[in-house]
Design a protein around this ligand. Structure first.
Ligand SMILES: [Zn+2]
Length: 421
């Protein structure tokens, strides 16, 4: 099995390319590259040059995704997708999404026109963050056939629809059905920075993602009675804000005592919100995530019950609404095990983990087996200009990626999957 002798210079080139793409920004002061903005054209031009030099054919699909095809040993060979997204949040770092695309290109270069039993498609998604239209994953949704009419009619802050943005970029929205995955797509593999502190705290370069957590978002409205902060004795109050505060600590306690659970009350709005008035109303949000939908739903029900008990004891009423309930997405277990092997072959310890954030792999997993490899985020920092990645970790990721491709090429199970495709 070939190893990557010059992994470090290749990793240096990967970092230089991420920084080069970071220079294509809507803002002069920082990095901001939203869906089909003008700098995305520059980004596409640069990425296209690198991919063509590596022997791939490049097209831009009707959703603005850059798709590159690196042929397999036979013209009929099924394909493996590698990639991530090219858009960014405002005031972004240089590596979220972009790193996964640039690593995919470096892997084609490392193959050096060597043909595998499968073709490789590099997918560089046009939209993942949801910044311009408030809806994330516009790019990868097109591949699974979910960039529908309703989404195309969504408008940005300037009143421009997704459909018009596509036309303005020189593309034809009527061709979006042709952007769907090719029938013989076998797998999607995404390298991405962790965007959290777990690998950093374990001193590990890489992680194998086994699931992307499910998520519940709710709003709880505690209603009491406003009154004078000086003249109302404590036992005669119906304080909505104190109830929301008591419940917030119950949420924290539930997350601290349930393995794998993260739960956040990120917003409390009090009314009338004055220093000398007891709050009549407190609106508190809940963001709760777990890799098990059963546990997530059980804890959500328990916290809803607890909010009701706190409200009743304090003489308040309670209303609640569910804003989002999104199931967890398991990564393909065969691919995740292969990733663990590839991480070990690169000389690192394989750590299995869940992703607390959504990713394109979650969307692709609806149609094809998908899996993710996380790279350590130093300091756990992301969505910030200070976001970074270590040179040695990128070198390890390249070694891991090459081992992974070779493992799949030689795997009996994957060969079976190739025959069925
Ligand atoms: Zn990302």
């Amino acid at each position: 099995m070939p190893t990557l002798a010059n992994a470090k210079p290749r990793a240096e080139e990967v970092l230089a390319r991420c920084r080069r793409l970071a220079s294509f920004s809507e803002d002069s002061a920082g990095i901001r590259r939203t869906f089909l903005s003008a700098p995305m054209q520059d980004c596409h031009r640069e990425v296209t040059n690198w991919l063509r030099a590596a022997g791939a054919e490049v097209t831009i699909d009707a959703a603005g995704n850059l798709r590159a095809f690196y042929a397999g040993a036979q013209s009929s060979a099924p394909r493996v997708l590698l990639g991530s997204h090219l858009d960014t949040v405002p005031n972004a770092g240089a590596f979220d999404g972009v790193l996964g695309v640039v690593i995919a290109i470096a892997l084609l270069e490392a193959l050096d026109r060597r043909r595998l039993p499968f073709a490789i498609e590099v997918a560089a998604f046009s939209e993942e963050e949801g910044v311009r239209f408030g809806t994330p994953f516009l790019g990868s949704r097109a591949l699974v056939g979910r960039l529908d009419e309703q989404l195309l009619d969504t408008r940005d802050a300037n009143g421009i629809s997704v459909r018009t943005a596509i036309k303005n970029f020189g593309l034809n929205p009527d061709e979006i059905p042709h952007a769907t995955l090719s029938e013989n797509s076998l797998a999607f593999l995404e390298f991405h920075i962790e965007q959290g502190p777990v690998l950093d705290s374990l001193h590990l370069p890489l992680g194998a993602v086994e699931a992307i957590v499910g998520q519940t978002r709710m709003e709880f409205i505690f209603e009491g009675r406003a009154n004078h902060a000086g003249t109302t004795p404590m036992h005669l109050r119906r304080d909505a804000l104190a109830a929301a505060a008591e419940w917030t600590l119950a949420v924290e306690r539930a997350a601290q005592t349930t393995s794998g659970l993260v739960a956040t009350v990120g917003q409390i709005k009090a009314k009338p919100c004055a220093v000398n008035v007891i709050a009549a109303e407190a609106r508190a949000t809940l963001d709760l995530r777990h890799a098990s939908d059963k546990i997530r739903n059980e804890i959500t029900a328990a916290l809803t019950r607890e909010a009701g008990e706190i409200a009743a004891r304090r003489g308040l009423s309670l209303r609640h609404t569910v804003m989002l309930s999104q199931n967890a997405v398991a990564m393909d277990s065969f691919l995740t095990a292969q990733i663990e092997n590839a991480i070990r072959s690169s000389g690192a310890r394989a750590h299995r983990m869940v992703s607390g954030a959504g990713h394109d792999a979650m969307i692709l997993a609806e149609k094809i087996p998908s899996a993710m490899i996380f790279l350590r985020s130093p300091g756990g920092i992301s969505h910030d200009p200070a976001e970074t990645v270590l040179l040695d970790d990128v070198a390890k990721a390249l070694e891991c990626g090459l081992h992974l491709l070779d493992q799949l090429a030689n795997s009996a199970e994957f060969t079976k999957r190739m025959c069925r495709a």
